[in-house]
Every structure is written in structure tokens, then in C-alpha cells.
Design a protein around this ligand. Structure first.
Ligand code: UDP
Ligand code: GLC
Length: 383
């Protein structure tokens, strides 16, 4: 069978969008081939799942940032050239599926030449504060003009698209799904061993998971830790995936300044997130800006740990405050510290919240439902 879907993504590293796409593509099986605009671990992970994947370098298009005010002539030329390559690659397929904003721009430019419809899987909250007005307008205009459908990872992402001028009739919400299996297979002994190894001497551990970036709010989690007793430690799990080295250095300096360096453990990028979460007492999601969805929130719930999360964006569709987790305002370190201290003081409540969260995550955020949701949209377009 020829693959009906040509799937595109512009990055080679493993962000949440890529982890999600990995499960979707694996779910589509022989129905999808993948072209990436950068090489890296994402290509390797797709290959391990038996996916037909190749890299088409993006040249100067790689220099464009979320806050950029428009495309430079070099970037525009690179996008146009790449669109020509993509149009040729799309010839055997019935549809182009774009998993990132840059991939969508290229797909939209390729659509007419390829005479193929484009589905954009939008995973970002368009508009300020995440994106410049110009960047948002360009993306929304292209979407209204060229996208056959826009799949969003939450209602919040859908609403931001529409508020930015996107046409609501194009939108289909499909929540992220996360595989529960890795969370169910960690033994208590394994979790204990990780605790001792990662946070020696800690009586209570809170952990924050995600790439290091100011909007992901690791600085807020560190501030919160400094307001908690000395036997409470913080594990910071994640790496600067897109070159945020200065931010990382700033976090380390912050721990020194606050006198908590010995209680904050920077673990870098890990591929054993499930085990690390099981080794933790409370999962903290500290995003300083609204999160479009937040896979880490669902993962904390799957790990049967209470999750304290920023109550904005897509997270409000995942957690119901006080029932399946605890919500705090964005950027509010004192509120995180209070919520963590309260969970520590009341283990019965903490465990009830964790259990309710685990049940909800399994019911609503499964991989099968996500793959079915995406497939339904693609079928709707292909006919
Ligand atoms: N993650 C990981 N290793 C790390 C840190 C994060 O595998 O060291 C994973 C995490 O488990 C989650 C994803 O990266 O599945 C981040 O996705 P999320 O939706 O939370 O945020 P994004 O980075 O996509 O904005
Ligand atoms: C994006 C968003 C994140 C979401 C992920 C998967 O990277 O920042 O909130 O969970 O995509 O859709």
C-alpha cells in the first residue's frame, strides 16, 4: 500500500510535539511517511518504530523564531525552495500533515504545486505573549487560505486560533494521548533507587519536567523550593532543546543566590521520565505562560502522583482543581510552595487527588483515542 499521508515536522529533537507525533505516526502504520527539516533523535526514534523517514534540510528557514517580525528574504527563499521539494515528495500521497508551524508554512506553500490538501496539527497558543502579532497573522492567514483542517491539542489552542482570526469551521480538537504502560511497570524498589541516586538526603521530592525555557518556568519552581523546608528537594528534569544555555546558567546562579544549590538537582534530558515521576512525591508544572496542552501534566497523573500545575491554557481541560490535581496562577512561586506544603501535610488528600488524576488520565488521554481522532480528521479530508 502507498502511504496516503506525508507527515512533516521541522525539528530533529524530542519535544512534546514530536513525542506526540511519534505515537500518531506509529498508529497510522504504513499509511504515513515522514519528512523532517532537521536531523536528530526524532529521526532515530521514528526509524526504531519502522517509519519511512528522511531529512530535507530547511536552510535559512531554521533561523526564524517565534518572536520574529516576519521572514527575512533568505528565510522566505528557503521556505519556497523547500516547498518545491515537499511538493515532489507529496506526489504519491493523498494529503500533507504538518506537525509544526514551520512545517505548516512550507506545506501551505507546497499545497497548490502538489495539488494536495494540508492538515495542520497546531500545538501552540497563537498570539501574544507566545508569538509576535506578525508571526500570528501570517500563520492564521495561511491557515484560512490553505488548511483543509486545523487539529488543535486543546480547546484553549483552538480558541486562541479563532481569537487570532482563524476560521472555527476548520478546527477539530484532538487531545494528546500518553501511553500508560511505562508508568505501570516501575517497581517501588526501582523508584526508591532513583530517589537515592537523584536527590540524596531528600525527605520529600518535588520535580519539574520539561525543556529548559523561561516560559516553562523552572525559575518559578526554584523560587517555590526556596520557600519550603530544608528537607524538601527539587529535581529539574529537561535540557535546553533549542539552545537556551544562558537560561540554564541563570537557573544555576539562582540556586546559588537563594542558597538552595544543594537541594536542586539538574538531571538534564532523560528518557526515563515515567520512572523519575514515580520516584517523586509531587509533580510540579510551573509554566509561567499558559500551556497549550502539557503532556507532563498527564504524565504526572499517569504516575499516580499529585500534580500542582499552572491553571491556564490547556491544563484547565486536564485538571479539575482540588479533584484531579491542584491549580495555581501562572508565575506564582508562593502558591506552588503552599500547594506542595499542603499536599505533604495531608497524605490522604494527596493520594486521593493522585488516584483521581490517574483515573482521569487513563480515561481521557489515551494514545488510541488520539490516533483515532487524528485519523478521523485525515479521513474526513481524504474522503
Ligand atoms: N521529556 C522527556 N525528557 C525530559 C524532559 C521532558 O522525555 O528530560 C518529555 C516529557 O515527558 C513530555 C515532553 O517531553 O512528554 C514535553 O511535552 P510537553 O507537552 O509537556 O511540553 P512541550 O515541550 O511540548 O512544550
Ligand atoms: C507543544 C506544547 C505543549 C503540548 C505539546 C504536544 O509543544 O507546548 O503544551 O503538550 O505541543 O501537543
Amino acid at each position: 500500500m502507498t502511504a496516503r499521508v506525508l507527515a512533516l515536522d521541522h525539528v530533529g529533537v524530542m519535544g512534546g510535539a514530536e513525542l506526540s507525533m511519534l505515537d500518531i505516526i506509529a498508529g497510522l502504520g504504513a499509511d504515513a511517511t515522514v519528512r523532517l527539516f532537521a536531523d536528530g533523535p526524532f529521526r532515530e526514534a521514528l526509524e526504531r518504530r519502522g517509519v519511512d523517514v528522511r531529512v530535507l534540510p530547511m536552510g535559512a528557514l531554521g533561523d526564524v523564531r517565534r518572536e520574529s517580525r516576519g521572514l527575512s528574504p533568505f528565510a522566505a527563499l528557503a521556505a519556497w525552495r523547500l516547498a518545491g521539494v515537499v511538493a515532489r515528495e507529496a506526489a504519491p500521497a493523498r494529503l500533507i500533515y504538518a506537525n509544526s508551524q514551520k512545517a505548516f508554512i512550507v506545506a501551505a506553500l507546497a499545497a497548490r504545486r502538489a495539488a494536495r490538501p494540508v492538515v495542520w496539527h497546531l500545538r501552540d497558543l497563537l498570539g501574544p505573549p507566545h508569538f509576535s502579532a506578525l508571526n500570528t497573522r501570517a500563520a492564521v492567514t495561511l491557515a484560512n487560505w490553505r488548511a483543509a483542517r486545523v487539529i488543535t491539542n486543546s480547546q484553549a489552542t483552538a480558541d486562541a486560533f479563532v481569537a487570532s482570526g482563524g476560521e472555527r469551521r476548520l478546527v477539530r480538537v484532538v487531545y494528546n494521548g500518553v501511553d500508560a504502560a511505562p508508568f505501570d511497570t516501575i517497581t517501588n524498589e526501582a523508584a526508591l533507587a532513583i530517589r537515592v541516586e537523584c536527590a540524596p538526603g531528600a525527605a520529600f521530592i518535588m520535580s519539574v519536567f520539561g525543556r529548559l525555557h523561561e516560559w516553562k518556568g523552572q525559575q518559578v519552581a526554584i523560587d517555590a523550593l526556596s520557600q519550603l523546608p530544608a528537607d524538601c528537594h527539587l529535581c529539574v528534569v529537561g535540557a535546553p532543546l533549542f539552545g537556551e544555555r544562558e537560561f540554564e546558567a541563570g537557573l544555576r546562579a539562582q540556586t546559588e543566590r537563594l542558597g538552595v544549590a544543594a537541594r536542586v538537582h539538574f538531571l538534564g534530558f532523560r528518557s526515563d521520565v515515567a520512572a523519575l515521576m514515580r520516584a517523586t512525591d509531587v509533580i510540579v508544572h510551573a509554566s509561567a505562560l499558559p500551556e497549550p496542552f502539557g503532556r507532563v501534566v498527564v504524565e504526572g497523573m499517569l504516575a499516580r502522583r499529585p500534580v500542582v500545575a499552572t491553571g491556564a491554557g490547556g491544563v484547565r481541560e486536564i485538571i479539575s482543581d482540588g479533584e484531579t490535581g491542584v491549580l495555581v496562577p501562572p508565575g506564582d512561586a508562593a502558591a506552588i510552595a503552599r500547594a506542595v506544603a499542603a499536599l505533604r501535610a495531608d497524605p490522604m488528600r494527596a493520594s486521593a487527588i493522585a488516584q483521581a488524576g490517574a483515573t482521569r488520565a487513563r480515561r481521557v488521554f489515551g494514545v488510541d483515542a488520539m490516533v483515532r481522532g487524528v485519523r478521523a480528521v485525515l479521513d474526513e479530508v481524504i474522503g
